[in-house]
Design a protein. Structure first.
Length: 245
């Protein structure tokens, strides 16, 4: 779906492409080619290939460290921890990002230093996350193993039936993608009551309840609140597939 960045972020200054390695509670997992956007009011990290995003207001950021060497990495230290970003492509302009930050938020300390970076990564965490993505790919492949991979409608039909059979209704979910117009907004928590069908534009549609009102809403724009539930895994698997279809 078209992503609309909320006006509270302010004016968009610049966009850069990084591999997101982790460090923010709302954006878990290794994400390749994540968009890092410098806004007037803060720094946005997200990807259309995965639900969720991280948004750091400038006053939350303590400093930004650019580690250069064999691997070029940005470490953003903020009030609750640190975010790791690795240069995704040769053409990514690291100095361009740093200059954009310094011009937009001059109070933030920007540090450049050479580093072998062997101590930067926690191999156990990184490998675990990569393994989780590999397992997720296998789950998705199993669901669609007998379906024509060139027929999106057939795959959506298969997903709809599978989710209808395996999701446990009702469950609570949160809107995790900005919405263009309408009553429902990012951050709203909804009660998901069942599957309504699907279409090729929005994917699987679900019936939701919010403040007594009933609505039809794209499953792709929802994240299950209970992250330890089967529902969370199923919805996340579908969302990853739908974004990459």
């Amino acid at each position: 779906m078209l992503q609309i960045i909320r006006s509270e972020y302010g004016r968009e200054i610049n966009v850069f492409e990084f591999d997101y390695l982790g460090g923010h509670a709302k954006l878990e997992g290794v994400i390749l080619n994540a968009a890092v956007k410098v806004f007037e009011n803060g720094l946005y990290i997200g990807s259309v290939l995965k639900s969720g995003h991280a948004y750091l207001k400038w006053d939350e950021i303590i400093d930004i460290v650019y580690l250069y060497g064999k691997r070029e990495t940005i470490v953003i230290k903020y009030s609750k921890g640190k975010v790791l970003l690795e240069k995704a492509k040769q053409e990514v302009n690291m100095e361009g990002l740093l200059n954009s930050v310094m011009e937009t938020a001059p109070d933030i300390t920007v540090i450049r230093k050479a580093c072998c970076q062997n101590d930067l990564y926690d191999p156990e965490i990184t490998e675990k996350r990569l393994a989780e993505f590999d397992i997720q790919d296998k789950r998705i492949e199993k669901i669609l193993e007998d379906v024509d991979q060139d027929n999106v409608i057939e795959m959506l039909d298969t997903w709809t039936g599978y989710l209808e059979d395996h999701l446990e209704f009702p469950f609570e979910a949160e809107i995790d993608s900005p919405q263009e117009g309408g009553f429902l907004k990012i951050g709203n928590r909804l009660k998901v009551n069942g599957i309504k069908g699907y279409n090729d534009l929005y994917g699987v549609m679900v019936s939701v309840t919010y403040k007594g009102g009933k609505y039809s809403f794209p499953l792709f724009d929802l994240e299950v609140v209970d992250k330890n539930s089967v529902n969370y895994t199923l919805v996340d698997d579908f969302s990853v597939w739908f974004a990459n279809r």
